[in-house]
Design a protein around this ligand. Structure first.
Ligand code: DAT
Ligand code: MG
Length: 172
């Protein structure tokens, strides 16, 4: 199963600036041009741990502390992101093409980042969405943001565990 999924899954995050600017519909419409399938979606309140793990490859960069604040919504007073998994042939390349370059000033004007991104006076790129950069990162990020039962297809191998005395909420 997982081999069939090679290069097929990608994590998308609509970042707090995208939500604040009411761009959700717009972004989903742009991404629908890819003809990929949405196989998971949710709103997430991003913890510091999740933020730091997600951006761990950038932890030595001078902009890292601000990047963590950004993805946690502290720069936009919107403490949430929308997380989605798109699935289908060549998903990463297709989504990154529509997202545009990391630097919004260098991104093609017709891309999502080129249209809606900006550079803060501090130098941080405020670029509206996250798209996994390659297959390895996609797998790492998807496993970080989603549990297997939140995804409607089997992307990666799973195992069953029985958790005893694990407290969780159920509907009253
Ligand atoms: P991408 O999001 O295109 O995969 P990345 O993983 O290298 O790019 O960086 C993650 C985020 O960090 C990026 O979306 C915006 C910010 N960022 C990256 N490089 C930056 C830089 N040189 N200056 C300011 N912000 C940067
Ligand atoms: Mg990246």
């Amino acid at each position: 199963m997982s081999q069939d999924n090679k290069n097929k899954a990608v994590l998308i995050l609509i970042k707090p600036d995208g939500l604040k600017k009411s761009l959700t519909g717009n972004i989903l419409t742009r991404l629908s041009e890819t003809k990929l399938e949405i196989v998971a979606a949710k709103m997430v309140r991003v913890s510091r741990e999740l933020a730091e793990e997600h951006y761990r490859h950038l932890r030595d960069k001078p902009f890292f502390p601000e990047l963590i604040k950004y993805i946690q919504g502290e720069l936009h007073n919107r403490r949430k992101v929308m997380a989605l998994i798109y699935w289908g042939e060549d998903a990463i390349r297709k989504c990154r093409a529509i997202a545009g370059s990391t630097n919004p000033e260098e991104a093609e004007p017709t891309t999502i980042r080129g249209s809606y991104g900006r550079i803060l006076t501090t130098g941080l790129y405020e670029n509206v969405i996250h798209v996994s950069s390659d297959e390895k990162e996609a797998e790492r990020e998807i496993k970080l943001w989603f549990r297997p039962d939140e995804i409607i297809v089997d992307l990666y191998p799973t195992k069953e565990v029985v958790e005893k005395e694990c407290k969780h909420k159920v509907w009253l």
